[in-house]
Structures are given as C-alpha cells and as structure tokens.
Design a protein around this ligand. Structure first.
Ligand code: GLC
Length: 535
C-alpha cells in the first residue's frame, strides 16, 4: 500500500512525451526545437502533466532521427544550443515540473568519435568498445542475428576485415557493454546531465544492452507472420534480455542514487514476467520499466482485464506500475481503437494504479497521418516498404491551432500536418467542453486531487467480454469505482455483492455526470464512468 505522503514525484506524477522535432518550431525551419518546447510549457502546466520526457536532442546525423547520437553531451543545432537547454530546464523547474531526457546507451552513431576510432584499426584502444567479429570461413556474418530495421545485424568493414554488430541501422553500431571503459563513459554521460539538474532518463532499448557472450544463433520463430517485420523471423533469445543486463541496469541505478530523487525509465518490450525483472532484485533496477501492454494487446475487455491482473500480480512489492497508450514508435491510440474508444482508453490510462505516460497529441485524439510514398522519412518504413511499418504517421506536427501549419511552424513542416488540424487542435478543443482535450484535463485534475486515484490500491471487481470495472481506494480517502465499456454496444453489469452506491463524477459522455449508481449498471457503447462511492 502506498501513502500519498510517501510517494515520490514520479509515482504521483504524469509523464508527457514530447517528440521534439514535431512539438513546436520556434525558428521557422519546419522542425521543432527546444525554444519551441519552452514556449509551450504553460500549456503543459495547464494540462496538468508533471514531467516531460523529450526524445533525443543531441548532435546526430539523424539516420534514425536522433536515436543515432554522435555526441552525448551536446545539443543538435537543429534543436538549439546548450543555453537554450539550460533555459528550458530552468523554466520546467520553475513551473514545478520535471524533465526527463532520452538516453541511448545501447548504440551510438557511426559518426561518433568513439566509433570512428574503433573502426580505424584492429588495435585501436577503442576497438573493443564496439562488437567486432571475424567472418565465418565462407565470408558470411558471424551468426544469424537480424537487425530490427531489416536485413542482417552485421555490417562488413572493408578496411579492417571484420564485421560489426548493429541491432538497428548500420549507422547505429552497438556498444560493447561488457567493456568497463564503455560503462564508465556512459555513466559519466549520465552524471553530466544529472549535475545539470535533469530529473531522470528514459533509457532506450534497455533489454538489448548485453548480448550472449558466445554469440549463438537465434532460433527460428515458428509463429512468424510475414506481414510483420523481417526481424520477427527469429526469436531474439541470444541477442536480447541476457541475465547480465541486470548488472548494468543496477550500476546505472547506482549512478542515479548518488543524487536526490532522480529516476530511470526502461524501454523494454518483453512479456510481463520478464519485464518485471527489470525492477531489480531489491529495488535496485529501473524505477519504471515501461509497460507496453496497452500498446500491444488487442482492445478486448477480457484480455485487458486479465493483463492488468497479471501485471499487478507480477510486480515486486517495491515496484511501482506504469501505463502507456502510445509513443513515437507505435500507431496512435486513436488510430488503433477509434476516437470513441480512445476516450475510454484515456480514462483507463488515468485511473489505473501507476504512472501514466501521455504521448503528445494523444490528448487531442490526434490520429496517424498518411504520408505520401515519396515523402516517407522513417528508415524502418523505407527499409521494409511493403509492410506499412513507417513510424512517420505518429510523428507528425502537434496541432495547436487552425492556421495553415497548425501553429506548429510558419513554413512547411518536416512531416505533413494532419488534414484534420483545423478541427482537431488545442485552440478549438480548449473552448469545447466536450472535447478530448477537456476530458484529458479533467481526468488529470481529478486524479491529481484524489489520493485514491493517484496512489490508491487497484481492486478489480468485474470483467466480461465488453466491460471492466475496478475500485481505487486509499486509506481514509474517498473511494472510486471505474466502469469502462470497451465495446460499441450497451453493456450491463450486476455487481450485487458489492453494495455499490455512488454518483458519477466524470464520464466520457458528460451527460452521465451526476447520475446515481447502484449495483445494476448499464452503460452505452463506448461509455466510461468514474463513480465516487458513498463511504
Ligand atoms: C527505440 C526508440 C526508437 C529507435 C530505436 C533505436 O526503440 O524508441 O525510436 O528507433 O530505439 O534507437
């Protein structure tokens, strides 16, 4: 049981992910930047989120739009200067909010000085900072490992006659985390930003960081679906999630623990029983191993109810839960489940136990934007053109107002603005009491005001093939019943054993607010309600 007085900022808070290229352009080059984010801080404060995570802003050749870093302690000129960063951090803090940076320790850019040195000769002192291997006798790559972005994960280096390993693009060589010098170099990167006052890191592909020492072949995936990425042909049992990764995570945690209340999120796509091991064995791992259940599961009440139960049950006693509906790598929630259900999803996200993460634009119901064939930018989309895997559609400019480029920029932005932006934008939705934005704002307000919703226990009370219901309760605080209809048809719940009496305080359809609720509940399709329970 968690008491509000004991909860830390990241346990009580709400994280908002900003994709900096697409949030706000302040200098008219069509790409978002740090000063742009700073100009929009009052909006984020108004919305009520408490922490901002920004995707990478470091110098980068942008082969993977910033996830290929060539200098870990600088700022890409496209995003601004270090002064701009310092000012952003200061203004975030002035508003009582926190700033979380993206840390990409698994791989660097192939233009990073470390890699340039490493590839310069076999006996360069930094050779072992990356993963170099001999070819097989016939010249083939050392093993069958595949790149997440398509093709072999091994790139032949003509000059030194060896292969290097890259889990992602060949422009993103993997660091060798078994090398203590690499570890120390990255820990120093962390210290650099922590000394500046950054509040935490979202650690990119945490489960990739250590590979099998013997580099054994990955087994074939018997369930491979050819519509999915080529990478899925194999099960990455030797290239990811190795037991030794936990030592690394633990060491990163120690770096953080030398400071006050800093935190670490891990990006980890693994089944729940493996995911929870990243909390560490004694609260010595990641604070929040990202839980992508709501991103990956089919939108079915039964499946979701049992997944929540599984997750709640698997968490170690010191593990704080967290929830995600979308991010810069995944189709937007509104495009997956539709606008009506995205309201139910918002209510779920903001009433479950644990830290919610909101992806920019989710609060407007922004949808994936179709990008013309010849304008596709994402390497994942370009490398596997027939599989509809481009991540551009979920990375389009934030929709602020009705103007031509939606208030994002004064010039044509790097990715197209949604054709719906004249209707779907912050300006319009701020003055519409029934908008998605208002729903998000009210959900956030309620959650942050009520200890039961913010830190209380999760008590499942009902689920069937259409609906789920649960109670949130903290000692001595007002209790809430949440009922969500995940289907489009009316649903009927009989909660006789619970002796429910209460009143709807917030609903996806505001007409339901104020309604008295008893044990027999009927809800319209796509309805979700939060009921304040009589004590
Ligand atoms: C993570 C990032 C993704 C990036 C990949 C390689 O999954 O979220 O955007 O392409 O890592 O760094």
């Amino acid at each position: 049981m968690m008491l509000e007085s004991e909860a830390l900022w990241w346990q009580k808070g709400i994280i908002y992910q900003v994709y900096p290229r697409s949030f706000q352009d302040s200098n008219g080059d069509g790409v978002g930047d740090l000063n742009g984010i700073r100009q929009r801080l009052d909006y984020l404060k108004w919305l009520g989120v408490t922490a901002i995570w920004i995707s990478p802003i470091y110098p980068s050749p942008m082969a993977d739009f910033g996830y290929d870093i060539s200098d870990y302690t600088g700022i890409h000129p496209l995003f601004g200067t270090m002064d701009d960063f310092d000012m952003l951090l200061k203004e975030v803090h002035q508003r009582g909010m926190k700033l979380i940076l993206d840390l990409v320790p698994n791989h660097t850019s192939d233009q990073h000085p470390w890699f340039l040195e490493s590839r310069s000769s076999k006996n360069n002192p930094k050779r072992d900072w990356y993963i170099w291997k001999e070819a097989k006798e016939d010249g083939a790559p050392p093993n069958n490992w595949l790149s997440v972005f398509g093709g072999s994960a091994w790139e032949w280096d003509e000059q030194t006659g060896q292969y290097y390993y890259h889990a992602f693009l060949k422009e993103q060589p993997d660091l060798n985390w078994r090398n203590p010098e690499v570890q120390e170099a990255m820990f120093n990167v962390m210290r650099y930003w922590l000394d500046k006052g950054v509040d935490g890191f979202r650690v990119d592909v945490m489960w990739h960081m250590i590979k099998d020492e013997q580099f054994r072949d990955n087994p074939v995936n018997p369930d491979y679906d050819p519509n999915t990425a080529d990478y899925e042909q194999l099960l990455p049992v030797y290239s990811t999630d190795q037991p030794e990764v936990h030592d690394i995570v633990h060491k990163m945690r120690q770096v953080l623990d030398a400071y006050d209340e800093r935190m670490m999120i891990g990006e980890i796509y693994l089944p729940i029983h493996k995911l929870v091991t990243y909390y560490g064995t004694d609260n010595n791992g990641a604070h929040l191993p990202f839980n992508f259940m709501l991103v990956s599961l089919p939108w079915e009440a039964k499946r979701i109810a049992s997944a929540i139960a599984e997750y709640e049950g698997a968490l170690p006693q010191y593990g704080w839960p967290n929830w995600v509906l979308g991010n810069h790598d995944q189709p937007r929630i509104t495009s997956r489940v539709g606008l009506q259900q995205s309201k139910v999803a918002a209510m779920l996200l903001l009433t479950l136990r644990g830290a919610p993460t909101i992806y920019y634009g989710e609060e407007l119901g922004m949808r994936d934007v179709p990008v013309p064939f010849d304008e596709v930018q994402d390497p994942q989309g370009l490398n596997m053109p027939d599989k509809n895997l481009s991540r551009d559609p979920e990375r389009t400019p934030m929709q602020w107002d009705r103007s031509e480029y939606a208030g994002f920029s004064t010039v044509k932005p790097w990715l197209p603005v949604s054709s719906t932006s004249k209707r779907v934008n912050v300006e319009v939705q701020t003055s519409d009491p029934y908008s998605q934005l208002k729903l998000y704002k009210r959900l956030i307000e309620l959650r942050q005001r009520e200890p039961s919703l913010m830190v209380g226990d999760y008590v499942p009370v009902y689920s069937d093939h259409q609906a789920i219901a649960y109670i949130r309760q903290a000692p001595g605080a007002t209790r809430f019943l949440i009922v969500l209809n995940l289907s489009h048809r009316p649903c009927y719940l009989k909660l006789q054993r619970l002796q429910i009496k209460g009143k709807v305080v917030l609903a996806t359809a505001t007409e339901l607010e104020g309604m008295e609720i008893t044990e027999m509940i009927q809800l319209g399709g796509d309805d979700g309600i939060i009921v304040v329970l009589a004590s």
